[in-house]
Design a protein around this ligand. Structure first.
Ligand SMILES: Cc1cc2nc3c(=O)[nH]c(=O)nc-3n(C[C@H](O)[C@H](O)[C@H](O)COP(=O)(O)O)c2cc1C
Length: 191
């Protein structure tokens, strides 16, 4: 009787272990992003593409149950030195869920990398966790996409710093794919 019980328990335990390990091809990483004008969404798509089918993408506003994912990558555009509002509210409501699974953070912005490292530090502080990897990517400015409010705000900003208010596209697919490879390697030290 005791032997049968131990056998049943062993079978149950193995079953649970099999369920807990993601099957081949199953998505084990979720990339949650906040994007106002598309460049952060595009960056997230390229990172997912580089993760060889292991990652799934979800906008912060639409993030459902994340318990089935082993690791979480968070990405946000930067507006007026702040994270995207959807990312801020995601972290406020769901921060506890992702803290222990945080693999990487990335920001997409107009500032040069040195300055942008400050955004990554603020992002990590908001998460309450230090990610294994963090990276700032260049984004794009497409004036034709901007809301009238953002258009005016940026016009005023560029005037105040005496710089031309012009479109740019600093997105770089190769850099996103390289970052994705780093995430897949997981044991590689951050550059
Ligand atoms: C209203 C507004 C404010 C911005 N403020 C900043 C800023 O404070 N620092 C910065 O580096 N980039 C700033 N940017 C540039 C954006 O971070 C950049 O365009 C980024 O690619 C936006 O991501 P998205 O296309 O996903 O919205 C700002 C852009 C907009 C539209």
């Amino acid at each position: 009787m005791k032997v049968i019980l131990i056998g049943v328990l062993a079978v149950l335990f193995c079953g649970l272990c099999i369920l807990a390990v993601p099957a081949e091809g199953q998505k084990s990483v979720v990339i949650v992003y906040g994007s106002r004008y598309g460049s952060t969404a595009r960056t997230a798509e390229w990172i997912a593409e580089g993760m060889a089918g292991k990652a799934v993408l979800v906008a912060a506003k639409e993030a459902g149950d994340l318990s089935g994912y082993e690791k979480v990558v968070l990405g946000s555009g930067i507006y007026g030195d702040m994270l995207h509002a959807d990312m801020l509210s995601f972290l406020e409501k769901r921060g506890d869920e992702v803290r222990g699974k945080l693999l990487a953070l990335f920001v997409v912005c107009g500032a040069p990398p040195d300055y942008a490292s400050g955004y990554l530090e603020k992002f990590a502080a908001r998460c309450g966790a230090k990610p294994q990897f963090a990276r700032a990517f260049g984004g794009w400015m497409k004036k034709e996409l901007l809301s009238p409010e953002d258009f005016k705000g940026l016009e005023g900003y560029y005037k105040s710093v005496n710089q031309p208010y012009e479109n740019y596209d600093r997105t770089d697919k190769a850099k996103c794919l390289e970052f994705a490879r780093l995430l897949l390697g997981m044991n590689c030290p951050e550059k």
